[in-house]
Design a protein around this ligand. Structure first.
Ligand code: 3PG
Ligand code: MG
Length: 403
């Protein structure tokens, strides 16, 4: 795997360590409604505290676009993180300049300080040199523990790593290790499951995964475009007719690569998209003009499960059906449960992430039993597209230049 440094390579005792975390957490008023991302930051922060570093946390929150938006202050998140960490976390309402510098100067070994939302500064998203310089002044080392923001080339994810000796935090390291298990050096055979509404948002994912996976299940609204491309009449199902030719070429490439493309052979249809309408199961070429496909059918799920049983690795991104609206969560839930069962039995390495995926696995109560579930949305997608993430690349460059 890539040559970046880790906390093992830094002598942090008594030093100021800037840690980029992703505290872009969902809020319900002033309360953090899902603390997963806060929990993911704990191993790195706890280790640095134990090793007597002075820990300075950096994060973005929301998209304030360079303005100071009071509702996007990280102040309430400092208290929430203190609760999760089990020790005090102080907060300062700036991320640069005198006020921030004074707060940092006041830290004792083992203290933890959270700076204000980096996106209150216009220089953050522009990766401006003056902002990266000001951030770098606050620390002796930089640790990036925010995989989920690593697809952004911003001052706090990229520019700063060019200015300080840098390393990956424990969560970043874990994420990259598990993604390598799924993509760079997986145990074969590999099944990829790609779902979601639109082919257009997953083109690069599909192109990359047909090269990496032995079997590729295409589900969700995306599958409809592939069915359409095969000349099937899919009624009023959601599809992208403009992309039928693209879908055909992806299917051809998959065949040429020896990747088995698995499309639904039965589907669940309804006349309206609403909770619990009348439904029926039919072949994909038997959809009536006033019906739409809203989930993969039970025979297809059985087939995918049988194929999965012969696989060593599962990479999952996106739901198979309209999972937020019952009963169209059924296929996703069944296959996720089966993947979870194989994982618990030690027969399968299962890795999932991106957008709706975590929510879908939570509906299936399968997330905990998967081998690894990423908290990243866009970064996970870009990674499985085969793209280089600027935040990760910057760690590699930093490691190479100090080697
Ligand atoms: C996320 O929530 O996906 C990350 O924190 C990145 O946020 P962004 O899409 O606003 O850059
Ligand atoms: Mg996002």
């Amino acid at each position: 795997m890539a040559a970046f440094k880790t906390l093992d390579d830094l002598d942090v005792g008594g030093k100021r360590v800037l840690v980029r975390v992703d505290f872009n957490v969902p809020m319900d008023g002033d309360r953090v409604s899902d603390t997963t991302r806060l929990e993911r930051a704990v191993p790195t922060v706890r280790e640095l505290v134990d090793r007597k570093a002075r820990v300075i946390l950096l994060s973005h929150f929301g998209r304030p676009k360079g303005a100071r938006v009071p509702e996007m202050s990280l102040r309430p998140v400092a208290d929430a993180f203190a609760g999760v960490l089990g020790r005090p976390v102080s907060f300062v309402e700036e991320s640069r300049g005198e006020i921030a510098e004074r707060a940092v100067a006041g830290l004792a070994d083992g203290d933890v300080l959270l700076l204000e939302n980096t996106r209150f500064e216009a220089g953050e998203e522009k990766n401006a040199a003056d902002y990266a310089d000001d951030l770098a002044k606050l620390g002796d080392f930089y640790v990036n523990d925010a995989f989920s923001a690593a697809h952004r080339a911003h001052a706090s994810t990229e520019g700063i790593a060019q200015r300080l000796p840098s390393a990956a935090g424990r969560s970043m390291q874990r994420e990259l290790d598990y993604l390598a298990l799924a993509l760079a050096a997986p145990k074969r055979p590999v099944m990829a499951v790609v779902g979601g509404a639109k082919v257009s948002t997953k083109l690069d994912v599909l192109e990359n995964l047909i090269e990496k996976a032995d079997k590729l299940v295409v589900g969700g609204g995306m599958a409809n475009t592939f069915l359409l491309a095969k000349g099937m009449d899919i009624g009023k199902s959601l599809a992208e007719p403009d992309l039928a030719a693209t879908a055909r070429s992806i299917a051809d490439k998959a065949a040429a690569q020896g990747c088995a493309l698995l499309l639904p052979k039965d589907v669940v249809v309804a006349k309206e998209f609403a909770p619990n309408p009348d439904t029926r199961v039919c072949a994909p070429d038997d959809v009536a003009a006033d019906e739409m496909i809203l989930d993969v059918g039970p025979e297809s799920v059985d087939q995918y499960a049988a194929e999965l049983e012969g696989c060593a690795t599962l990479l999952w991104n996106g739901p198979l059906g309209a999972f937020e609206t019952p009963p169209f969560h059924t296929a996703t839930v069944e296959l996720a449960k089966f993947g979870a069962k194989l994982s618990v039995a030690g027969a399968l390495t299962s890795i999932a992430g991106g957008g709706d995926t975590v929510a879908a696995l939570n509906v299936a109560q399968a997330a905990e039993d998967f081998t690894y579930v990423s908290t990243a949305g866009g970064a996970f997608l870009e990674f499985i597209e085969g793209k280089t993430l600027p935040g990760v690349a910057a760690l590699e460059t930093s490691a190479a230049s100090s080697a």
